[in-house]
Design a binder for this molecule. Structure first.
Ligand SMILES: C[S@@+](CC[C@H](N)C(=O)[O-])C[C@H]1O[C@@H](n2cnc3c(N)ncnc32)[C@H](O)[C@@H]1O
Length: 392
């Protein structure tokens, strides 16, 4: 047996390949991982190892650079740095793996010209106490994310949320077999649809919440703008739509729907995704710092466009999978100003927390994604929603 055939080397080599696809080619971590695993003949235990190594190394990138940079005198080329990060991840965050095995398998998986460097640096990382100069470096997030959530949630809640989102999520399956986080299932339940209700799900792809709502017996129109994403909704509707989910391509900003047509409207708006970072290991490095403000403005427009579609007495629900003020209470503040007739429903119960006139689910509360939801009753007789004649 050569060193390259030693246990775990193939898994580490594949992990390095996937990390290269993410960092050099801009591939999305989850997609690059799936593609690589589909093509590989690794056994299950190695597949799980690759998945964890890629996700963990990508997520902890900033912390890992800090750990290895203490022992570098110059910046190594990307392939060398990747191997150093991969090894440091295992040393610092995989207590189940013995240090000597981590060093030898990572060195063997590294490109030949970096093996000496990787060996020398990893040995030092293994034996030197690990300290971090700031929470942003220790938790491995861009500073703007730490600062934004600290401002919006308070320091200890923000840091707990960020720590919770460093742990990979466990999968939850609905009764009908669709894999969906509990937070999303609870948002669908919060729409309170029942048999025969007409529900519009605006911003519907890939169709998780729309099909969950349909399981109540409601008829759901699942509207999505992205042309490439509508087929995802159609596929989910065909398989999990309970025969009453209909995918359509539509712009939520300009809905071609007669006012007052729906008993319930859910606007599950595009957002910065700062509540679902545990699901996408590379997302924290991709999200632009101006995303919360930019998307908060779009969310306001989408929610406002949805108000007239709800029948008098019906329910409007606005949800996002993020935790920022700009994308939650700030949107609600503008809505309250422009639509004082909308009556907010009481906050959802535990594990949700009251958040302004809505509810927030923190990722550390119940091992779920982080979400915010606002629910409003459209009053009977509201002028904004009176049915209009559709013409002769
Ligand atoms: C948070 S995702 C929705 C997730 C989905 N509700 C689910 O539970 O599976 C937001 C979606 O809104 C779509 N979107 C963005 N702008 C839109 C618009 N103006 N009208 C309709 N959909 C839009 C995006 O393409 C994206 O698919």
């Amino acid at each position: 047996m050569t060193a390259a055939d030693a246990p775990g080397v193939a898994a580490r080599r594949l992990a390095l390949d996937v990390l290269a696809r993410i960092e050099d080619d801009g591939a999305y971590a989850n997609l690059a991982l799936r593609t690589a695993l589909d093509r590989s003949d690794l056994v299950d235990v190695d597949r799980r190892m690759v998945t964890d190594l890629v996700a963990g190394t990508e997520r902890r990138r900033r912390a890992l650079d800090h750990l290895v940079d203490r022992f570098l005198t110059s910046d190594p080329p990307p392939a060398g740095r990747r191997a150093l990060r991969l090894g440091a991840y295992q040393l610092a965050y995989r207590d189940d793996l013995p240090d000597y095995a981590v060093v030898s398998s990572t060195v063997a998986a590294a490109p030949k010209r970096f093996r000496g460097l990787v060996n020398a640096v990893l040995r030092q990382v293994a034996t030197t106490p690990r300290t971090f100069p700031s929470p942003g470096i220790e938790l491995s997030y861009p500073d703007w994310v730490v600062e934004r959530l600290t401002t919006d949630l308070g320091e200890s809640t923000a840091l707990d949320a960020l720590a919770a989102m460093n742990v990979a999520p466990s999968a939850h399956r609905r009764d009908d077999g669709y894999t969906q986080d509990l937070a999303s299932q609870w948002v669908a339940t919060a729409v309170e649809a029942g048999p025969g209700d007409r529900v519009l799900a605006v911003c519907a792809a890939p169709g998780g919440k729309a099909t969950a709502i349909a399981s109540s017996g409601a008829v759901v129109v699942a509207a999505e703008l992205g042309a490439a994403r509508v087929p995802l909704v159609a596929a989910a509707a065909a398989r999990y739509g309970h025969g009453s989910t209909f995918a359509v391509r539509a712009d939520g900003l300009h809905p071609a729907v007669r006012p007052g047509s729906f008993d319930r409207v859910l606007v599950d708006a595009p957002c910065s995704g700062l509540g679902v970072l545990r699901r996408r290991p590379d997302a924290r490095w991709r999200i632009a710092a101006d995303a919360p403000d930019r998307l908060g403005a779009l969310q306001t427009q989408l929610v406002e466009a949805a108000v007239p579609l709800v029948r008098p007495g019906g329910l409007l629900v606005f949800s996002v999978c993020t935790l920022t003020v700009a994308e939650s209470t700030a949107v609600d503040d503008r809505l309250a100003e422009r639509h004082p007739e909308l009556a907010p429903l009481p906050a959802l119960g535990e594990p949700w927390l009251p958040w302004g006139r809505g509810s927030m689910l923190l990722p550390q509360a119940a091992d779920t994604d982080g979400m915010v939801v606002f629910r409003y009753r459209v009053p009977v007789g509201s002028s904004a929603t009176s049915p209009v004649e559709s013409g002769p």
